[in-house]
Design a protein around this ligand. Structure first.
Ligand SMILES: [Zn+2]
Length: 308
């Protein structure tokens, strides 16, 4: 058998699958949850998880608050774990990915979405569209394969014009805070890689028939959520506009450590939560416990996530 790139990738995937299965506690591999929304088949696949320092979650929070939001054991351990949930929408000949995952060169605990997609019978070259909520590593870096080439070779890559302009600006790397400089370097590199097969949209634009971008800037300058419409029903894939099933809902005004512009992100979060309640939308959170699906209710002047 000739070992071409494709065969090599397949065997690598098998090796990884075996490794991952053997160390099940290390990665959440192949997790997938399926449902239907209108004409779409929806699958939420796991791309693994990220460990974050507790101190970064909510700057200035008291120990009591952190224990309430994150749990006593988590606070004692000093780090908390967030899931990474990629959404796949399939209809007729369309295979639409919302965000590309982290790919092979971000963290050891992320980048398993490719195997999860394979387990659903989806190969990278069958993906027709990748829609990005924003250009952080856990959402964008998966566009690149192990050979530093485009992974989704046949896909149109869609990103908000604001997000594209910000991360492709050569000045961003020197203007952004030092702890985010590697985000800027990585985003510029990945966006250049997919430039020839990418396109830009504006907030409230219908990116694909029935899928509308919602401005939720603040986490990054051009962050968007995606609303999938089916008659009066809607499903909103919120990206990192809502990152935590407790504090994002109970104290949406709160400035978090993960948002680049905390004030703008808080305003976007409140607007989004109002919209989700008014529309009685279903939602999927990228960093909520897998699979991250549920609805929102008003609760004592704030909001509550109801998982489904
Ligand atoms: Zn994220």
């Amino acid at each position: 058998m000739t070992i071409n790139r494709r065969v090599f990738l397949k065997s690598l995937a098998t090796t990884l699958a075996t490794t991952v299965a053997a160390g099940a506690s290390h990665k959440l591999a192949f997790a997938a949850a399926s449902s239907r929304f209108g004409d779409w088949q929806i699958d939420v696949v796991s791309d693994g998880f990220i460990e974050l320092p507790v101190a970064r979650a909510l700057p200035g929070a008291s120990d009591d608050e952190l224990q309430h939001f994150l749990g006593e054991e988590t606070v004692a351990s000093g780090s908390y774990r967030v899931a990474c949930n990629l959404v796949v929408l399939r209809k007729a000949d369309q295979v639409v990915l919302i965000d590309a995952g982290a790919g092979p060169s971000f963290l050891d605990s992320t980048g398993v979405a490719g195997e999860a997609l394979s387990s659903l019978g989806i190969e990278a070259d069958q993906v027709t569209h990748v829609l990005f909520t924003h250009a952080h590593p856990d959402h964008l870096w998966g566009v690149k394969d192990d050979f530093d080439e485009v992974l989704f070779t046949n896909a149109a890559h869609w990103i908000s014009a604001t997000e594209w302009n910000y991360w492709t600006d050569p000045a961003t790397v020197s203007r952004i805070s030092a702890d985010r400089q590697f985000f800027a370097v990585g985003a510029k590199d990945r966006l250049a890689l997919v430039a020839e097969q990418s396109d830009r949209f504006q907030p409230e634009q219908e990116v694909l028939p029935g899928i509308v971008a919602i401005d939720t800037s603040g986490h990054t300058p051009g962050h968007v959520a995606f609303q999938v419409n089916d008659g009066d029903n809607s499903l909103v894939i919120v990206g990192d506009a809502l990152t935590n099933v407790r504090f994002s809902f109970e104290q949406p005004n709160r400035i978090t450590g993960s948002d680049q512009d905390g004030q703008m992100a808080a305003e976007s979060r409140l607007k989004l939560l109002d919209r989700l309640v008014a529309q009685k939308s279903e939602l999927i959170g990228f960093h909520f416990p897998h699979p991250g699906t549920g609805t929102v209710e008003r609760n004592n002047g704030a909001y509550r996530f109801v998982s489904s």
